[in-house]
Ligand binder design. Structure first.
Ligand code: MN
Length: 428
Protein backbone atom coordinates (compact mmCIF):
# COMPACT_ATOMS: atom_id res chain seq x y z
CA UNK A 1 0.00 0.00 0.00
CA UNK A 2 1.41 3.30 -1.04
CA UNK A 3 0.02 6.67 -0.05
CA UNK A 4 1.12 9.90 -1.60
CA UNK A 5 0.59 13.43 -0.38
CA UNK A 6 1.16 16.39 -2.63
CA UNK A 7 1.28 20.15 -2.67
CA UNK A 8 1.56 22.57 -5.55
CA UNK A 9 2.04 26.20 -6.46
CA UNK A 10 2.25 28.21 -9.65
CA UNK A 11 3.03 31.83 -10.35
CA UNK A 12 3.31 34.09 -13.39
CA UNK A 13 6.61 35.43 -12.12
CA UNK A 14 7.76 39.04 -12.30
CA UNK A 15 8.40 39.43 -16.03
CA UNK A 16 5.80 37.52 -18.02
CA UNK A 17 2.29 38.91 -18.42
CA UNK A 18 0.54 35.54 -18.43
CA UNK A 19 1.06 32.16 -16.86
CA UNK A 20 1.53 29.58 -19.61
CA UNK A 21 2.31 26.81 -17.12
CA UNK A 22 -0.30 24.24 -16.11
CA UNK A 23 -0.33 21.61 -13.41
CA UNK A 24 -2.22 18.57 -12.17
CA UNK A 25 -2.14 17.29 -8.61
CA UNK A 26 -4.69 14.61 -7.80
CA UNK A 27 -4.33 11.67 -5.40
CA UNK A 28 -2.39 9.59 -7.90
CA UNK A 29 -1.52 11.81 -10.89
CA UNK A 30 0.82 14.77 -10.92
CA UNK A 31 1.95 16.82 -13.88
CA UNK A 32 3.59 20.06 -14.90
CA UNK A 33 3.31 21.51 -18.41
CA UNK A 34 5.13 24.60 -19.68
CA UNK A 35 3.37 25.93 -22.75
CA UNK A 36 4.86 28.00 -25.54
CA UNK A 37 3.53 29.80 -28.56
CA UNK A 38 2.43 33.29 -29.35
CA UNK A 39 -0.78 34.93 -28.20
CA UNK A 40 -2.77 32.50 -26.09
CA UNK A 41 -1.05 29.51 -27.70
CA UNK A 42 1.19 28.54 -24.80
CA UNK A 43 -1.57 28.73 -22.25
CA UNK A 44 -3.93 26.67 -24.38
CA UNK A 45 -1.32 24.06 -25.24
CA UNK A 46 -0.33 23.48 -21.60
CA UNK A 47 -3.90 23.46 -20.36
CA UNK A 48 -5.12 21.15 -23.11
CA UNK A 49 -2.20 18.82 -22.52
CA UNK A 50 -2.75 18.31 -18.78
CA UNK A 51 -6.55 17.98 -19.14
CA UNK A 52 -6.19 15.41 -21.90
CA UNK A 53 -3.51 13.58 -19.91
CA UNK A 54 -5.78 13.40 -16.87
CA UNK A 55 -8.83 12.03 -18.67
CA UNK A 56 -6.80 9.58 -20.73
CA UNK A 57 -4.90 8.29 -17.70
CA UNK A 58 -8.12 7.62 -15.74
CA UNK A 59 -9.22 5.27 -18.53
CA UNK A 60 -5.93 3.37 -18.39
CA UNK A 61 -4.19 3.84 -15.03
CA UNK A 62 -0.91 2.05 -15.64
CA UNK A 63 2.62 2.89 -16.67
CA UNK A 64 1.77 2.10 -20.23
CA UNK A 65 -1.48 4.03 -19.77
CA UNK A 66 0.45 7.10 -18.65
CA UNK A 67 2.67 6.99 -21.72
CA UNK A 68 -0.39 6.53 -23.89
CA UNK A 69 -2.03 9.49 -22.13
CA UNK A 70 0.97 11.65 -23.07
CA UNK A 71 0.45 10.65 -26.67
CA UNK A 72 -3.24 11.46 -26.41
CA UNK A 73 -2.30 14.87 -25.04
CA UNK A 74 0.19 15.37 -27.85
CA UNK A 75 -2.47 14.56 -30.41
CA UNK A 76 -5.01 16.91 -28.83
CA UNK A 77 -2.58 19.86 -28.84
CA UNK A 78 -1.37 19.15 -32.36
CA UNK A 79 -4.96 18.84 -33.64
CA UNK A 80 -5.96 22.13 -32.01
CA UNK A 81 -3.03 23.94 -33.60
CA UNK A 82 -3.91 22.43 -37.00
CA UNK A 83 -7.53 23.53 -36.71
CA UNK A 84 -6.91 27.06 -35.49
CA UNK A 85 -4.35 29.00 -37.53
CA UNK A 86 -3.82 31.52 -34.72
CA UNK A 87 -2.57 28.65 -32.53
CA UNK A 88 -0.24 27.18 -35.12
CA UNK A 89 3.17 26.38 -33.71
CA UNK A 90 2.02 26.13 -30.13
CA UNK A 91 3.42 23.38 -28.00
CA UNK A 92 4.20 22.42 -24.45
CA UNK A 93 6.54 20.48 -22.25
CA UNK A 94 5.05 17.83 -20.02
CA UNK A 95 6.41 15.87 -17.12
CA UNK A 96 4.03 13.63 -15.21
CA UNK A 97 4.16 11.08 -12.42
CA UNK A 98 1.46 8.58 -11.50
CA UNK A 99 0.99 5.96 -8.84
CA UNK A 100 0.02 2.76 -10.63
CA UNK A 101 -0.32 -0.89 -9.72
CA UNK A 102 1.37 -3.35 -11.99
CA UNK A 103 1.30 -7.08 -11.26
CA UNK A 104 0.28 -6.44 -7.65
CA UNK A 105 3.07 -3.94 -7.06
CA UNK A 106 2.77 -0.20 -6.45
CA UNK A 107 4.93 1.66 -8.93
CA UNK A 108 5.59 5.27 -9.67
CA UNK A 109 5.43 5.80 -13.41
CA UNK A 110 7.21 8.89 -14.66
CA UNK A 111 7.07 10.41 -18.12
CA UNK A 112 8.77 13.39 -19.72
CA UNK A 113 8.81 15.43 -22.89
CA UNK A 114 10.70 18.73 -23.01
CA UNK A 115 12.67 20.59 -20.37
CA UNK A 116 10.38 20.62 -17.39
CA UNK A 117 11.89 18.36 -14.77
CA UNK A 118 11.19 15.72 -12.16
CA UNK A 119 13.62 15.33 -9.29
CA UNK A 120 13.83 12.83 -6.49
CA UNK A 121 14.78 14.05 -3.04
CA UNK A 122 16.11 11.11 -1.07
CA UNK A 123 18.19 11.21 2.12
CA UNK A 124 18.91 14.91 1.68
CA UNK A 125 20.10 14.31 -1.86
CA UNK A 126 18.38 15.94 -4.84
CA UNK A 127 18.67 14.04 -8.11
CA UNK A 128 17.24 15.00 -11.45
CA UNK A 129 15.58 11.95 -12.96
CA UNK A 130 14.29 13.33 -16.22
CA UNK A 131 16.60 14.32 -19.04
CA UNK A 132 15.96 17.70 -20.65
CA UNK A 133 15.09 17.61 -24.32
CA UNK A 134 16.96 20.77 -25.15
CA UNK A 135 19.81 21.41 -27.54
CA UNK A 136 22.24 22.20 -24.76
CA UNK A 137 21.37 19.13 -22.70
CA UNK A 138 21.61 16.86 -25.72
CA UNK A 139 25.09 18.28 -26.26
CA UNK A 140 25.98 17.51 -22.63
CA UNK A 141 24.77 13.94 -23.03
CA UNK A 142 26.82 13.65 -26.20
CA UNK A 143 29.85 14.82 -24.21
CA UNK A 144 30.28 17.93 -26.36
CA UNK A 145 29.90 20.47 -23.56
CA UNK A 146 29.89 20.41 -19.76
CA UNK A 147 26.77 20.94 -17.63
CA UNK A 148 28.23 24.31 -16.56
CA UNK A 149 28.54 25.32 -20.21
CA UNK A 150 25.01 24.10 -20.86
CA UNK A 151 23.65 26.36 -18.12
CA UNK A 152 24.75 29.43 -20.09
CA UNK A 153 24.49 27.98 -23.59
CA UNK A 154 22.68 30.30 -26.02
CA UNK A 155 20.55 27.40 -27.26
CA UNK A 156 19.71 26.02 -23.83
CA UNK A 157 16.08 27.05 -24.19
CA UNK A 158 15.68 25.48 -27.60
CA UNK A 159 13.79 22.22 -27.23
CA UNK A 160 14.55 19.11 -29.20
CA UNK A 161 11.29 17.55 -28.15
CA UNK A 162 7.92 19.08 -27.30
CA UNK A 163 4.30 18.12 -27.09
CA UNK A 164 1.84 19.17 -29.80
CA UNK A 165 4.24 20.19 -32.55
CA UNK A 166 3.78 16.99 -34.59
CA UNK A 167 1.33 14.13 -34.80
CA UNK A 168 3.36 11.90 -32.58
CA UNK A 169 6.04 12.27 -29.91
CA UNK A 170 8.75 10.23 -28.30
CA UNK A 171 8.05 9.82 -24.59
CA UNK A 172 10.60 8.94 -21.90
CA UNK A 173 9.15 6.59 -19.28
CA UNK A 174 10.58 5.46 -15.95
CA UNK A 175 9.29 2.97 -13.44
CA UNK A 176 10.32 3.88 -9.90
CA UNK A 177 9.93 2.10 -6.58
CA UNK A 178 7.84 4.26 -4.21
CA UNK A 179 10.25 4.44 -1.31
CA UNK A 180 8.67 5.74 1.90
CA UNK A 181 10.07 9.14 2.87
CA UNK A 182 11.11 10.05 -0.65
CA UNK A 183 9.97 13.35 -2.03
CA UNK A 184 9.45 14.14 -5.70
CA UNK A 185 9.57 17.53 -7.29
CA UNK A 186 7.96 18.27 -10.63
CA UNK A 187 8.69 21.75 -11.92
CA UNK A 188 8.89 24.04 -14.90
CA UNK A 189 12.20 25.65 -15.89
CA UNK A 190 11.03 28.88 -14.24
CA UNK A 191 12.11 27.25 -10.97
CA UNK A 192 15.37 25.64 -12.04
CA UNK A 193 16.57 28.70 -13.96
CA UNK A 194 16.36 30.77 -10.79
CA UNK A 195 17.41 28.31 -8.09
CA UNK A 196 20.33 25.93 -7.88
CA UNK A 197 20.06 22.34 -6.66
CA UNK A 198 21.38 23.31 -3.24
CA UNK A 199 18.72 25.94 -2.75
CA UNK A 200 15.94 23.63 -3.86
CA UNK A 201 17.23 20.83 -1.63
CA UNK A 202 17.41 23.23 1.30
CA UNK A 203 13.71 24.00 1.02
CA UNK A 204 12.71 20.38 0.48
CA UNK A 205 14.75 19.37 3.51
CA UNK A 206 13.38 22.02 5.81
CA UNK A 207 9.69 22.32 4.92
CA UNK A 208 7.78 19.09 5.64
CA UNK A 209 4.40 20.20 4.35
CA UNK A 210 4.34 19.69 0.55
CA UNK A 211 2.04 22.66 -0.08
CA UNK A 212 4.23 24.96 1.97
CA UNK A 213 7.37 23.59 0.33
CA UNK A 214 5.90 24.21 -3.14
CA UNK A 215 4.83 27.68 -2.14
CA UNK A 216 8.23 28.53 -0.67
CA UNK A 217 10.03 27.28 -3.78
CA UNK A 218 7.88 29.46 -6.01
CA UNK A 219 8.44 32.46 -3.79
CA UNK A 220 12.19 31.82 -3.72
CA UNK A 221 12.28 31.69 -7.54
CA UNK A 222 10.31 34.95 -7.66
CA UNK A 223 12.71 36.64 -5.31
CA UNK A 224 15.63 35.46 -7.44
CA UNK A 225 14.30 37.13 -10.54
CA UNK A 226 11.07 35.39 -11.46
CA UNK A 227 11.89 35.87 -15.13
CA UNK A 228 9.57 33.04 -16.22
CA UNK A 229 6.40 31.35 -15.06
CA UNK A 230 7.13 29.15 -12.04
CA UNK A 231 5.28 25.91 -11.35
CA UNK A 232 6.04 23.36 -8.65
CA UNK A 233 4.42 20.10 -7.57
CA UNK A 234 5.84 18.35 -4.51
CA UNK A 235 4.87 14.71 -3.99
CA UNK A 236 5.65 12.89 -0.75
CA UNK A 237 5.61 9.11 -0.38
CA UNK A 238 4.07 9.08 3.11
CA UNK A 239 3.24 5.40 3.22
CA UNK A 240 5.05 2.62 1.45
CA UNK A 241 7.90 0.19 1.73
CA UNK A 242 11.09 1.61 3.02
CA UNK A 243 13.95 0.49 0.87
CA UNK A 244 17.27 1.17 2.55
CA UNK A 245 19.09 0.27 -0.59
CA UNK A 246 18.01 2.79 -3.15
CA UNK A 247 20.39 1.41 -5.68
CA UNK A 248 17.28 0.10 -7.43
CA UNK A 249 17.73 1.72 -10.77
CA UNK A 250 15.46 4.34 -12.21
CA UNK A 251 15.08 2.89 -15.66
CA UNK A 252 14.06 4.87 -18.70
CA UNK A 253 12.13 2.61 -21.04
CA UNK A 254 11.36 5.19 -23.68
CA UNK A 255 11.92 2.95 -26.63
CA UNK A 256 8.75 0.96 -25.85
CA UNK A 257 6.68 4.02 -26.41
CA UNK A 258 8.23 5.70 -29.36
CA UNK A 259 5.50 6.71 -31.73
CA UNK A 260 7.46 9.24 -33.65
CA UNK A 261 11.10 9.84 -33.07
CA UNK A 262 12.24 13.23 -34.18
CA UNK A 263 15.88 12.81 -33.27
CA UNK A 264 17.64 15.90 -32.09
CA UNK A 265 15.82 18.29 -34.38
CA UNK A 266 14.70 21.37 -32.50
CA UNK A 267 10.94 21.33 -32.48
CA UNK A 268 10.09 24.18 -30.21
CA UNK A 269 11.67 27.27 -28.83
CA UNK A 270 11.04 28.45 -25.34
CA UNK A 271 11.37 32.19 -24.95
CA UNK A 272 14.97 33.09 -24.23
CA UNK A 273 15.49 34.94 -21.02
CA UNK A 274 18.18 36.44 -18.97
CA UNK A 275 18.43 34.49 -15.77
CA UNK A 276 20.74 35.85 -13.10
CA UNK A 277 22.76 33.08 -11.51
CA UNK A 278 21.95 34.38 -8.07
CA UNK A 279 21.88 31.67 -5.47
CA UNK A 280 21.19 31.07 -1.82
CA UNK A 281 24.14 29.79 0.15
CA UNK A 282 24.55 26.04 0.15
CA UNK A 283 23.87 24.11 3.31
CA UNK A 284 27.58 23.74 4.06
CA UNK A 285 28.16 27.45 3.55
CA UNK A 286 25.23 28.26 5.77
CA UNK A 287 26.48 25.92 8.48
CA UNK A 288 29.94 27.50 8.30
CA UNK A 289 28.41 30.98 8.42
CA UNK A 290 26.26 30.03 11.42
CA UNK A 291 29.32 28.73 13.24
CA UNK A 292 31.21 31.90 12.45
CA UNK A 293 28.27 34.00 13.61
CA UNK A 294 28.01 32.01 16.85
CA UNK A 295 31.70 32.58 17.52
CA UNK A 296 31.33 36.28 16.80
CA UNK A 297 28.32 36.52 19.08
CA UNK A 298 30.07 34.63 21.85
CA UNK A 299 33.18 36.83 21.79
CA UNK A 300 31.00 39.91 21.55
CA UNK A 301 29.08 38.74 24.59
CA UNK A 302 32.32 37.98 26.44
CA UNK A 303 33.67 41.45 25.74
CA UNK A 304 30.43 42.95 26.91
CA UNK A 305 30.50 40.97 30.14
CA UNK A 306 34.13 41.84 30.78
CA UNK A 307 33.56 45.49 30.06
CA UNK A 308 30.53 45.56 32.26
CA UNK A 309 32.39 43.84 35.08
CA UNK A 310 35.28 46.28 34.75
CA UNK A 311 32.98 49.28 34.78
CA UNK A 312 31.12 47.99 37.82
CA UNK A 313 34.32 47.28 39.72
CA UNK A 314 35.84 50.60 38.75
CA UNK A 315 32.64 52.30 39.86
CA UNK A 316 32.77 50.49 43.20
CA UNK A 317 36.40 51.48 43.74
CA UNK A 318 35.73 55.08 42.83
CA UNK A 319 32.61 55.22 44.98
CA UNK A 320 34.61 53.72 47.87
CA UNK A 321 37.39 56.24 47.44
CA UNK A 322 34.89 59.03 47.15
CA UNK A 323 33.17 57.91 50.33
CA UNK A 324 36.49 57.59 52.13
CA UNK A 325 37.57 61.06 51.09
CA UNK A 326 34.19 62.43 51.90
CA UNK A 327 34.21 60.73 55.27
CA UNK A 328 37.70 62.06 56.02
CA UNK A 329 36.62 65.50 54.96
CA UNK A 330 33.26 65.68 56.67
CA UNK A 331 34.40 63.97 59.84
CA UNK A 332 36.19 67.10 60.93
CA UNK A 333 35.27 70.65 61.82
CA UNK A 334 37.18 73.74 62.69
CA UNK A 335 36.41 77.08 64.13
CA UNK A 336 37.66 80.03 62.14
CA UNK A 337 36.96 83.66 61.49
CA UNK A 338 34.85 85.16 58.80
CA UNK A 339 35.48 88.84 59.16
CA UNK A 340 34.82 89.53 62.83
CA UNK A 341 32.52 86.58 63.36
CA UNK A 342 33.50 83.14 64.61
CA UNK A 343 32.27 80.49 62.19
CA UNK A 344 32.25 76.70 62.45
CA UNK A 345 33.50 75.15 59.21
CA UNK A 346 33.04 71.61 58.02
CA UNK A 347 36.16 70.14 56.44
CA UNK A 348 39.89 70.40 56.80
CA UNK A 349 41.74 73.58 57.34
CA UNK A 350 42.94 74.76 53.93
CA UNK A 351 40.76 72.15 52.23
CA UNK A 352 41.45 68.57 51.28
CA UNK A 353 41.78 67.44 47.67
CA UNK A 354 38.93 69.08 45.83
CA UNK A 355 36.96 69.72 49.03
CA UNK A 356 36.87 73.26 50.18
CA UNK A 357 35.76 73.82 53.78
CA UNK A 358 32.14 74.81 53.96
CA UNK A 359 30.47 77.03 56.48
CA UNK A 360 28.56 74.76 58.83
CA UNK A 361 27.31 77.27 61.29
CA UNK A 362 27.60 80.96 61.98
CA UNK A 363 27.93 81.44 65.73
CA UNK A 364 26.96 85.12 66.08
CA UNK A 365 30.01 85.43 68.35
CA UNK A 366 32.48 88.16 67.34
CA UNK A 367 36.15 88.68 68.07
CA UNK A 368 35.16 91.13 70.80
CA UNK A 369 33.42 88.29 72.66
CA UNK A 370 36.52 86.12 73.01
CA UNK A 371 39.88 86.63 74.78
CA UNK A 372 42.34 88.39 72.49
CA UNK A 373 45.11 85.83 72.92
CA UNK A 374 42.95 83.20 71.07
CA UNK A 375 42.60 85.33 67.97
CA UNK A 376 45.80 84.17 66.19
CA UNK A 377 44.68 80.53 66.61
CA UNK A 378 41.20 81.34 65.42
CA UNK A 379 42.64 83.09 62.36
CA UNK A 380 44.46 79.84 61.48
CA UNK A 381 41.54 77.69 62.50
CA UNK A 382 41.06 75.46 65.52
CA UNK A 383 40.18 71.86 64.69
CA UNK A 384 37.49 69.96 66.54
CA UNK A 385 36.37 66.38 65.89
CA UNK A 386 32.65 67.21 65.78
CA UNK A 387 30.31 70.12 65.37
CA UNK A 388 29.25 69.80 69.04
CA UNK A 389 32.83 70.04 70.21
CA UNK A 390 33.29 73.08 67.99
CA UNK A 391 30.23 74.70 69.54
CA UNK A 392 31.51 73.90 73.02
CA UNK A 393 34.84 75.48 72.16
CA UNK A 394 33.20 78.69 70.99
CA UNK A 395 30.98 78.69 74.06
CA UNK A 396 33.98 78.23 76.36
CA UNK A 397 35.74 81.17 74.72
CA UNK A 398 32.69 83.31 75.41
CA UNK A 399 32.50 82.15 79.00
CA UNK A 400 36.21 82.81 79.48
CA UNK A 401 35.88 86.31 78.15
CA UNK A 402 32.77 86.90 80.24
CA UNK A 403 34.55 85.68 83.40
CA UNK A 404 37.50 87.91 82.69
CA UNK A 405 35.30 90.89 82.12
CA UNK A 406 33.25 90.24 85.26
CA UNK A 407 36.39 89.49 87.33
CA UNK A 408 37.92 92.64 85.91
CA UNK A 409 34.96 94.73 86.99
CA UNK A 410 34.25 92.89 90.25
CA UNK A 411 37.95 92.71 91.07
CA UNK A 412 37.99 89.04 91.88
CA UNK A 413 40.91 88.47 89.46
CA UNK A 414 43.41 85.67 89.86
CA UNK A 415 41.88 83.34 87.32
CA UNK A 416 44.60 82.49 84.85
CA UNK A 417 43.88 82.31 81.14
CA UNK A 418 43.94 78.55 80.78
CA UNK A 419 43.53 76.45 77.73
CA UNK A 420 39.85 75.78 77.33
CA UNK A 421 40.06 72.59 75.39
CA UNK A 422 42.80 70.10 75.07
CA UNK A 423 43.06 70.71 71.36
CA UNK A 424 43.60 74.35 71.73
CA UNK A 425 46.85 75.80 72.69
CA UNK A 426 46.48 78.99 74.55
CA UNK A 427 47.94 81.71 72.51
CA UNK A 428 49.95 84.34 73.82
MN1 MN B 1 9.19 28.08 -18.82
Amino acid sequence: MTVLRSGSATDTGLVRTSNQDSLVATASLFAVADGMGGHAGGEIAADLAVRTLESAFIRQPSGMGLADAVNAANHAVWKASEERPELRGMGTTLTAMALVNEQGRDILALVNVGDSRTYRFHDGELTQITADHSVAEEMVRAGEITPAEAAVHPRRHILTRALGVADGVEVDLWRIHPNRGDRYLLCSDGLTNELGNGQIAEVLASVPDPDQAADLLVRAARSHGGSDNITVVVVDVVLGDEVRDVAEPVVPVAQDFVLSARGATPVGVAEPMAVPEARLPTRRERRRERRRERRRTRSRRLITVRTLLFVVLLGAVLAGAYQAVRWFDTSSYFVGLNGNELVIYEGRIGGFLWYKPAEAERTGVTVADVPAEFLPSLRQGVEEPSIDKARTYVHNLEVEQALRTSSGTSGTGGIPPVPITSTTKAGG
